[in-house]
Design a protein around this ligand. Structure first.
Ligand code: ZN
Length: 151
């Protein structure tokens, strides 16, 4: 855990956080509580069942807020686990008054407290009784392309 007292953008803060990582092969949990001069997020609107991931992912309105207090939570994924997850940071924001949030694109932290954790397990469940999943014909190549496009 460390405190940030001066304004810092997301890329510089990422470098600072990474200086605390013990190696680069573990998932890291991240919590940042503070005040942000800028917060830029995107949010996927609720969609109907059976909407294709690519269609959903292609419709992600972006929103920006300035001078806002709130909390970031998320995960940093090591490169060796790219595929299971997407390598790098995946961070979400929610404002203290719960009125603004989403998937973070970029931000500038004015000041705050940063908590970092080492993730010691990954628990993957599978939908063993979901008939739609069991018999879905998944186009892996298309799925990968869609994920690359949306991340
Ligand atoms: Zn997200």
């Amino acid at each position: 855990m460390f405190n940030q007292y001066d304004p810092i953008n997301d890329q510089d803060l990422a470098k600072k956080m990474e200086s605390f990582y013990d190696g680069e092969n573990l998932f890291r949990s991240i919590k940042i509580k503070g005040h942000f001069s800028n917060m830029h997020v995107r949010m996927i609107p609720k969609s109907e069942t059976n909407t294709k991931f690519a269609e959903v992912a292609n419709n992600q309105p972006e929103h920006s807020a300035t001078d806002i207090s709130g909390t970031i939570v998320g995960i940093w994924t090591p490169k060796i686990f790219h595929g299971i997850s997407v390598a790098g940071y995946h961070l979400h924001f929610i404002s203290d008054d719960l009125s603004f949030g989403g998937h973070i694109m970029d931000y500038t932290l004015e000041y705050g407290q940063i908590e970092l954790g080492a993730v010691d397990q990954l628990d993957q469940r599978f939908p063993v009784q979901d008939r739609n999943y069991l018999h879905a014909k998944l186009d892996l190549e298309a799925l990968r392309n869609d994920i690359d496009k949306s991340e």
